[in-house]
Ligand binder design. Structure first.
Ligand code: SAM
Length: 292
């Protein structure tokens, strides 16, 4: 198998990440690939031209954006089939992450064309990495729907989401988003990452109410915003004695298996079944005395 570090090869689609702000955030390999491919498919050819000019790269470009991707995809695919090497770039960060790219990568994958990632910045990973919120598991939602009903459902679904949530939002709507989240999910911890890697980079950390208060004082919110929301806390078990009493009564009134009982109690209290089962098992083996 070819090594992904080989020089650009014929008939290959390279998915190349570019800076999200700071122009030096581009990898050596990205520059090498961009300089060597036959064509760069760019979301905005003028914006990409600035980046390429800075690095003395004169590779031909074609536009590939949300308004022409349906038409352009078969054309690019045909060039790849005929042996061209193409680099796909978006305006910022990683193509396909809330940016055009998926249509082309899925068509290329279907056609058996080799696709090579050239990884680099993405606002989601940058924001998460510096947020101070748990990074072990996370959910990336991109931009929430602009349709109010669907948006409400997307937010409601986060009520039981235990992982850190990453959302992209425009500065114009960031205050409304924070208000919607607080209203539906309570005053969770959150982080607003604004203008990362740029001159006015800012991380606001605190409860949603504190973020809102900090933004309310501002006449205008500018720049690019990524919002991170702490996951929901796992619901805690009812006091041990209360649970013990409930388990004892249930077992005495109607002999049942422990898993069955745990399922019923977990449902009644909205608790994880595993945790209730473990508690019940412990209580049963300890033979906690009755209070009757
Ligand atoms: N493909 C990009 C990536 O990999 O991150 C995302 C493109 S999406 C159209 C642009 C959104 O990403 C912005 O509206 C903002 O939510 C987020 N974003 C991009 N650059 C950012 C930055 N420097 N600071 C904070 N958020 C940023």
């Amino acid at each position: 198998m070819d090594s992904p570090t080989d020089p650009p090869r014929a008939g290959t689609l390279y998915v190349v990440a570019t800076p999200i702000g700071h122009l030096q955030d581009i990898t050596l390999r990205a520059l090498e690939v961009l300089g060597a491919v036959d064509l760069i498919a760019a979301e905005d050819t003028r914006k990409t031209a600035q980046l390429l000019a800075r690095h003395g790269i004169a590779t031909p470009r074609a536009s590939y954006h949300e308004h022409n991707e349906a038409r352009r995809t078969p054309e690019l695919l045909e060039r790849l089939r005929r042996g061209a090497s193409i680099a796909l770039v978006s305006n910022a960060g990683t193509p396909g992450i809330s940016d055009p790219g998926f249509r082309l990568t899925s068509a290329a994958a279907e056609a058996g064309i080799r696709i090579v990632p050239v990884p680099g910045p993405s606002a989601a990973a940058a924001a998460l990495s510096a947020s101070g919120l748990p990074t072990d598991a996370f959910v990336f939602l991109g931009f929430l729907s602009k349709k109010s009903g669907k948006r409400r459902d997307q937010i409601k679904a986060l009520a039981t989401e235990g992982r850190t949530v990453i959302i992209y939002e425009s500065p114009r709507r960031i205050r409304a988003l924070i208000a919607e989240l607080q209203e539906a999910l309570g005053d969770r911890r959150a982080v607003l990452a604004r203008e990362m890697t740029k001159l006015h980079e800012e991380f606001l950390r605190g409860r949603l109410s504190a973020l809102q208060a900090a933004l309310t004082d501002r006449a205008d919110i500018k720049g690019e915003c990524t919002l991170l929301l702490a996951g929901a806390q796992a619901p805690s078990l009812p006091p041990r004695e209360a649970l013990a009493e409930e388990i004892r009564r249930a077992l005495a009134s109607e002999p049942r298996s422990l898993p069955e009982l745990a399922r019923e109690l977990a449902q009644r209290h909205g608790l994880p079944k595993k945790a209730v089962y473990a508690a019940a098992m412990q209580i049963k083996t300890e033979k906690i005395p009755t209070t009757d």
